[in-house]
Design a protein around this ligand. Structure first.
Ligand code: NAI
Length: 327
């Protein structure tokens, strides 16, 4: 049997971690034939809770689970890692300034980038979930000098799935009938969920909904869905975020279906006027473990303005972390 794939999950004792680990171990991410070894990275205060999760993972008797361990040292946790799910991050505390938040997370992701550089496997792939996800991915990549920056991505698949679900609800179509929807920009309220290329059962989505709904209901609903979940549920998105992280990595490893794409925040190659290097969401296709930004899409004036606004926010975040010496 081939060697198990080592998957490092940071923030393993958090709420997303709890919703994520069992599904990875069950085969939902890498398929029913791939054995996995789970490396759980936590801070010392939460390591014991992560040990508790290991007991429960053991009690599932997952046939694909080839090993599991809790680490407090990033160098050990990323040693031999093929895949990293970078979930652990510092949340914004009461009265915390944006610069403090960027600084706290910059500290986490620079250390993890160095640890990845020291020992990750040659086929290493990372998805950053912890916020500010795009900028955290930028920082981690900058500190992993020997790993191609393209291997550091950030998650906008939750936004993508939220957008698919809203378009399905509006048109009365099943979610499976919707394809070619895209998220552009930052995983933040400035993101641009774009249905100009989307189809619903093969019909252009823009023929089924009007511009007023797109601008005044759809985009803000998707962009502010995280806040809506907090208001209604009394806690931030966890299972849906874990599901999206699995989808992000599943599609990257296993490939996007013919005729469709996914949304991933990836280091820009300058496509669509997004400055090279910043980690911005694009529609991408994947095959053989590589991804390609979908080329040559027509961008409407409306789309252009939305993409530019979100990219401007990403550039401001990059400049802020550069000022802090993190990038
Ligand atoms: P949580 O607070 O329940 O868990 C975070 C965990 O990370 C904690 O157990 C904490 O001990 C751990 N942690 C903190 N620093 C760490 C470090 N240096 N190394 C390893 N572990 C560390 O938070 P939750 O709900 O699981 O969310 C995690 C992150 O995901 C947050 O930043 C949240 O904003 C983000 N998020 C991103 C989404 C996206 O679409 N990109 C969607 C939902 C959440």
């Amino acid at each position: 049997a081939p060697a198990p794939v080592t998957v490092t999950v940071t923030g393993a004792a958090g709420q997303i971690g709890y919703a994520l680990l069992f599904r990875i171990a069950s085969g939902a991410m890498l398929g029913p034939d791939v054995r996995v070894k789970l490396n759980l990275l936590e801070i010392p205060q939460a390591a014991q809770a992560a040990e508790g999760t290991l007991l429960e993972l053991q009690d599932c008797a997952f046939p694909l689970l080839a090993g599991m361990e809790v680490f407090e040292d990033p160098v050990k946790a990323f040693d031999g890692a093929n895949i990293a799910m970078l979930v652990g991050a510092r949340p914004r505390g009461p009265g915390m300034e944006r610069a403090d938040l960027l600084k706290a997370n910059g500290g986490i992701f620079s250390v993890q980038g160095q640890a990845i550089n020291a020992g990750a496997a040659a086929d290493f792939k990372a998805v950053v979930v912890g916020n500010p996800a795009n900028t955290n991915a930028l920082i981690a990549a900058a500190h992993a000098r020997d790993v191609p920056a393209s291997r550091f991505t950030a998650m906008t698949r939750l936004d993508h799935d939220r957008a698919v679900a809203q378009l399905a609800a509006k048109t009365g179509a099943p979610v499976s009938a919707i394809s070619n929807l895209a998220i552009w920009g930052n995983h933040s309220a400035s993101q641009y969920p774009d249905i100009t290329h989307a189809t619903v059962s093969g019909q252009p989505a823009t023929e089924l909904v009007d511009q007023g709904w797109i601008a005044d209901e759809f985009i803000p609903r998707v962009a502010k869905r995280g806040a809506e979940i907090i208001a209604v549920r009394g806690g931030s998105s966890a299972a849906s975020a874990a599901n999206a992280a699995i989808e992000h990595m599943r599609l990257w490893v296993q490939g996007t279906p013919a005729g469709d794409w996914t949304s991933m925040a990836v280091p820009s190659d300058g496509s669509y006027g997004v400055p090279a290097g910043i980690v911005s969401s694009f529609p991408v296709t994947t095959s053989g473990g590589d991804y390609t930004i979908v080329p040559d899409l027509a961008i409407s004036e409306f789309s252009r303005a939305r993409i530019d606004a979100s990219v401007a926010e990403l550039l401001a975040e990059r400049d802020a972390v550069a000022e802090l010496g993190l990038f």
